[in-house]
Design a binder for this molecule. Structure first.
Ligand SMILES: [Zn+2]
Length: 146
């Protein structure tokens, strides 16, 4: 008998991680060949003040990204997105077709070995009835051996 949670929990966790990877905040702007706002990716060349006109963040705290940093950030974002989509597809396979196979397997397993397991359980409970046996002696935790 397969404990159902052992199958379903990893599949649901995979789905959750995939969704989380797609939700991670990154600037939605494609990389440019100019320095850009670290928060939203707006080009900062020729700005008069220290505040980004696009998102309003102070560029001292948001930071300014070089073109190289923008490109590596875009590559990381693409990889993260690809990983997230892969995990979601894998989770959907586990939850859908895989779940059906696991359910059928469990039914077949129970039909084949269920009576045998039930007989084993009866035998072992006959040998060690509940409330009897040497291991069920009450153990005192308050008195210590001297
Ligand atoms: Zn900005």
């Amino acid at each position: 008998m397969i404990p159902p949670l052992i199958y379903w929990l990893p599949a649901l966790a995979t789905l959750a991680i995939g969704i989380w990877l797609l939700r991670v905040r990154t600037p939605p702007v494609p990389p440019s060949d100019q320095p850009a706002c670290g928060h939203c990716g707006y080009p900062t060349t020729g700005l008069a003040g220290n505040d980004c006109p696009e998102c309003g963040h102070d560029l001292h705290s948001a930071g300014v990204l070089t073109p190289e940093q923008q490109r590596s950030r875009a590559v990381r974002r693409t990889k993260r997105r690809a990983t997230g989509i892969t995990l979601i597809l894998a989770a959907l396979l586990l939850l859908g077709p895989g779940g059906f196979v696991a359910w059928q397997f469990e039914r077949a397993f129970e039909a084949t070995y269920g009576p045998w397991i039930a007989r084993l359980n009866q035998q072992s409970s006959a040998q060690h009835p509940v409330g009897g046996g040497p291991s069920s002696q009450p153990v005192s935790l308050t008195t210590r051996p001297r």
